[in-house]
Design a protein around this ligand. Structure first.
Ligand code: NDP
Ligand code: MG
Ligand code: MG
Length: 334
């Protein structure tokens, strides 16, 4: 079982006299920067001007600087930029400004694990990854709690990096929730596998296939939407609170019987074998290579797929139906 650390295992003194640079004031960046500052840590924000995130950082009382300046001033630098851009920004603005003894951080190991970023000798490597979105990292901290975090170390001086990482985790509230020690490989590979096979890829395809089956059989699309998309949230909320057992306790006995009887016809031996191949694609670096090549080419297939998926009938039906439910905080992209 995993080792879990709490407040008493962490000491903010390991960040005393150090400047923490937060690159990016997006989802994670805004939360880390503010929580650390509230914990008494000296924080400098690196955020390009001209957008909403720059304005937000100013509004929150930071004086955002360029990525290069943040890298120059920081002893501990967390890159909280989109994963596919980190390597480029690292080569352009960061590498030359790192000094021996500095600690380079991330909140997802994609670039360090797959060697897209190869830091100079003498630099410590550290991952502190909250297991939740940035707004929750901030709101939980303000409420006196904290989102659990993962911690991993690498590079030179791992013991020092670990102490700094625990102080960082404490500073953002993570040790109030619990901090699990992992490795760059484990964090990166499980994160990618989870989002591809289950959370994003798996669920999206399951919803679309269920919706299409009902619509093609002549049922009304509105009915198909409610059954296959809308109600997912009700089920997920139950899973979140009490796992499979509580979900099955809460639904009807008929639904529970149908779950046991039919679930194994949806996820079959073939699906499980494919999951192994998906994991192998991730472990071998093939997925990372393809995603980076896709970006090098200007992401044509990513953008085309996004466009087509946004135009699907289920998306149109959903937009109409969500307007009828006043309690839903509706969101629309583009
Ligand atoms: P966001 O997309 O929310 O924020 C990205 C930041 O990068 C913004 O400040 C943005 O500034 C800046 N940025 C984007 N493009 C450029 C560019 N070309 N040059 C300079 N700056 C740029 O990122 P997240 O917070 O979601 O992700 C950051 C890291 O945290 C990633 O490694 C991610 O995997 C990890 N993570 C994310 C979680 C999440 O729930 N979101 C959970 C755990 C880890 P601008 O506004 O100007 O575009
Ligand atoms: Mg992820
Ligand atoms: Mg039902």
């Amino acid at each position: 079982a995993a080792t879990v650390y709490y407040d008493k295992d962490a000491d903010l003194k390991h960040l005393a006299g150090k400047t923490v640079g937060i690159l990016g004031y997006g989802s994670q960046g805004h939360a880390h920067a503010q929580n650390l500052r509230d914990s008494g840590v000296k924080v400098i924000v690196g955020q390009r001007p001209g957008g909403a995130n720059y304005d937000l950082a100013k509004k929150h009382g930071f004086e955002p600087v360029s990525a290069a300046d943040a890298a120059k001033q920081a002893d501990v630098l967390n890159i909280l930029l989109p994963d596919e851009l980190q390597a480029e920004v690292f080569e352009r603005d960061i590498r030359a400004n790192l000094k021996p003894g500095n600690v380079l951080m991330c909140s997802h190991g994609f670039n360090l694990h797959f060697g897209l970023i190869e830091p100079p000798k003498g630099v410590g490597l550290l991952l502190v990854a909250p297991k939740g979105p940035g707004h929750l990292v901030r709101s939980e901290f303000v409420a006196g709690g904290g989102v659990p975090c993962l911690i991993a170390t690498g590079g030179d001086n791992e013991d020092a990096s670990f102490n700094i990482g625990m102080a960082y985790a404490k500073g953002i509230g993570g040790t109030r929730g619990g901090v699990i020690r992992t490795s760059f490989a484990e964090e990166t590979e499980t994160d990618l596998f989870g989002e591809q096979a289950v959370l994003c890829g798996g669920i999206s395809e399951l919803i679309k296939a269920g919706f299409n089956t009902l619509v093609e059989a002549g049922y009304q699309p509105e009915m198909a939407y409610f059954e296959c998309m809308h109600e997912v949230k009700l089920i997920v909320d139950l899973l979140y609170q009490g796992g499979l057992s509580y979900m099955r306790y809460s639904v009807s006995n008929t639904a529970e019987y149908g779950d046991y009887r039919t679930g194994p016809r949806i996820v079959t031996d073939e699906t499980r074998a494919e999951m192994k191949r998906i994991l192998e694609d991730i472990q071998s670096g093939r997925f990372a290579r393809d995603w980076m090549l896709e970006n090098k080419a200007g992401a044509p297939s990513f953008k085309a797929t996004r466009r087509r998926e946004r135009a699907l009938p289920i998306e149109q039906v959903g937009k109409e139906l969500r307007r009828m439910m006043s309690w839903i905080e509706e969101k629309e992209v583009d």
